[in-house]
Design a protein around this ligand. Structure first.
Ligand code: UDP
Length: 322
């Protein structure tokens, strides 16, 4: 069935890939994006087929008008990326709390199907691996800016789930380190983007700490496929899903892979967390998703492995920045 779909943050890195996929599936797509970290370049292929509205989710009247005219809302607009959050904590919190409240409120007021994009940052510094959707969250002090992101997104999730408990059609996805074409060193996916840029410029690859911290890198087509299913499948309603690959990679291993893949003359340079993020920064040492719910409910498993995903990202990078 063809649907009218609103994607907030649809010019962003994950958002624009989601838009491409929804257009490909034949849906009528509208995008609202303030082009803060997103760009029209990301929508180059999709733009003839969509309606693009430049605007902020902080503009409540605009959000309401756009939501009213759609069937399904994918809410991806947010201030993302740890660097960004730590640099601009206040603006990030306002976007991620008040902006999300506008989108969730409008979608519920007009009885629309809603998907809320959240983050693996929700789990904080828990030591339990893999991270399952119903696990405890373990956070640090409010004096550490990083945890404001997790907290803001948790409010969004609570709101969504409270509406779901009242019988509304809502689902939530938590992204685990998505990477791929269009990633932007300033925004989400910063480690892959940063290291690839450094490798291609033959600059040292900045590995924070000792590089033994791990992440599960998820190629963007996998991220998007799971998002579409969580947003459109009836069985997904009222549920939270981890969206990711469960193959764990250390940051040092990632850096070495990128050096080998690009044929770079660069070496690894270890940088202290304090030098990069300032005092009182706490990193997540390991982050591994439990992927069983996405598999069992959505019949989804990540398909693209890291070597292949990095190769595709590099091909895009070379075409774009040649
Ligand atoms: N990181 C790094 N070098 C960089 C950027 C990031 O070593 O140039 C590390 C960062 O400290 C973290 C991991 O890579 O341990 C992933 O960082 P990113 O910001 O990509 O995402 P996060 O998973 O922390 O949200």
């Amino acid at each position: 069935m063809v649907m009218r779909v609103l994607v907030t943050g649809g010019a962003g890195y994950i958002g624009s890939h989601l838009v491409d996929r929804l257009v490909h599936l034949g849906h009528n797509v509208t995008v609202i994006d303030n082009l803060s970290t997103g760009s029209l370049q990301n929508l180059h292929g999709a733009q003839p087929h969509i309606e693009f509205v430049e605007g902020s989710i902080l503009d409540e009247a605009l959000v309401e008008r756009l939501v009213r005219g759609t069937d399904v809302v994918f809410h991806l607009a947010a201030a993302v990326g740890v660097g960004h959050i730590v640099e601009k904590p206040l603006a990030s919190l306002i976007t991620n709390v008040r902006g999300a409240e506008h989108v969730i409120g409008a979608a519920m007021a007009y009885d629309k199907r809603l998907l809320v994009a959240s983050t693996s940052e929700i789990y904080g510094k828990t030591k339990k691996m893999p991270m399952s959707e119903d696990d405890d969250r373990v956070l640090g002090s409010t004096t550490i800016a990083r945890w404001g992101y997790s907290t803001a997104k948790a409010i969004d999730e609570h709101l969504a789930l409270a509406h779901a408990a009242e019988g509304r059609r809502v689902s939530v996805v938590r992204y685990f380190n998505s990477y791929g074409p269009r990633l932007d060193p300033r925004g989400y996916g910063s480690v892959v983007a940063n290291l690839m840029r450094q490798a291609l410029n033959n600059e040292p690859l900045t590995v924070h700490g000792d590089g033994t911290q791990t992440r599960c890198f998820t190629y963007v087509t996998d991220t998007v496929e799971c998002t579409v299913r969580a947003g459109l499948d009836d069985g997904a309603q009222g549920l939270v899903f981890n969206v990711g690959n469960d193959r764990e990679t250390t940051i040092l291993e990632l850096a070495r892979k990128i050096i080998a893949l690009t044929g770079s003359r660069s070496d690894v340079s270890f940088v202290s967390y304090e030098a990069r993020y300032g005092k009182s920064f706490e990193d997540t040492v390991r982050r591994v998703p439990d992927v069983r719910r996405a598999r069992d409910v959505l019949n989804f498993s990540a398909r693209v492995d890291l070597d292949e995903g990095l190769q595709r990202t590099l091909t895009w990078w070379r075409e774009t920045y040649a």
